[in-house]
Design a protein around this ligand. Structure first.
Ligand code: ZN
Length: 278
């Protein structure tokens, strides 16, 4: 059974080793870096984590800074690492509202990266609900068959760094305006997956996927089985948010969750393989 982790953050040693230099101009990066739960990993550490957990591969990406130059720097690192470790697939970090974002997506795609994200609408001041602001960005991703991974969070519950004011309604508007592109909503879409029980919403979300990043901090293990009960077996992706959490934390919970075996297989790798193969 193929096992893929769809959500892993990598940080070039140049950034993790000189943090002050990079946090001073990036308030959202500073906020997340200052969290006691925060950790950094380079690609080599990721490979060791995958080996330890018996995983075949992963999708990796650098931090999506507000500054295009810094995004370019982390993309260069990811480009180099996916060449060094063919088990890794790279996504492109960009500030989507920046004028240079489209050029950077083209450059990094041509250099071998296969998707865009994780984008942080609030942290990067990107108005995802605004069709005019998102059109060129989603259009290019659609044209090049690049899935877009978007950070999402629940509108209720405890605060944590990264819990932003982006609403489920704004995510819905982004989905409405992004035809022809696969959208992966991180962190169970902040709960948006529940509404796939509404027939008209389900239709709208034909190309929407949900990853389970940070589940152990957010939900109990019933969430995995619940997603299957909602009929989302083909739309859910295993993603650990490593190095925030180790893969093993999830596997214990997933084993407890009574996911039907065929759904478990799709969730742990099959769905992700399909998404990144296009
Ligand atoms: Zn996230």
């Amino acid at each position: 059974m193929l096992k893929l982790d769809a959500h892993i953050h990598v940080t070039p040693p140049e950034i993790s080793g000189n943090l002050d230099k990079y946090t001073s101009k990036e308030p959202y990066f500073e906020l997340l870096s200052a969290s006691p739960k925060n950790k950094f990993a380079d690609a080599k550490t990721v490979i060791a984590e995958l080996d330890g957990a018996g995983f075949d591969g992963a999708v990796i990406f650098g931090f999506a800074f507000q500054d295009l130059g810094l995004c370019r720097m982390v993309n260069d690192y990811v480009i180099e690492m996916v060449k060094a470790y063919p088990r890794l697939t790279g996504f492109i970090a960009v500030p989507p509202a920046d004028r240079g974002a489209l050029g950077e997506i083209e450059r990094a795609h041509e250099a071998g990266l296969k998707g865009v994200g994780e984008i942080f609408p609030s942290g990067q001041r990107f108005s995802i609900e605004d069709a005019d602001a998102t059109r060129a960005f989603t259009g290019l991703c659609a044209e090049r068959s690049l899935p877009i991974l978007v950070h999402a969070n629940e509108p209720v519950g405890h605060y944590y760094p990264g819990k932003t004011d982006t609403t489920l309604r704004q995510l819905e508007q982004f989905i409405e305006h992004s035809s022809g592109v696969d959208i992966i909503l991180a962190h169970w879409g902040g709960g948006l997956f529940f509404y796939e029980m509404m027939p008209e919403f389900r239709q709208k979300c034909a190309r929407v996927y949900y990853d389970c990043a940070a589940t152990p901090f957010l939900y109990d293990s019933r969430v995995y089985r619940t997603a299957c009960d909602l009929g989302l077996e083909t739309k859910i992706l295993f993603g650990s948010d490593y190095p925030l959490l180790p893969i093993s934390r999830y596997i214990k919970e997933i084993n407890k969750s009574a996911m039907p075996p065929p759904a478990r297989e799709m969730f742990l790798g099959g769905n992700c393989a399909r998404l990144i193969s296009s």
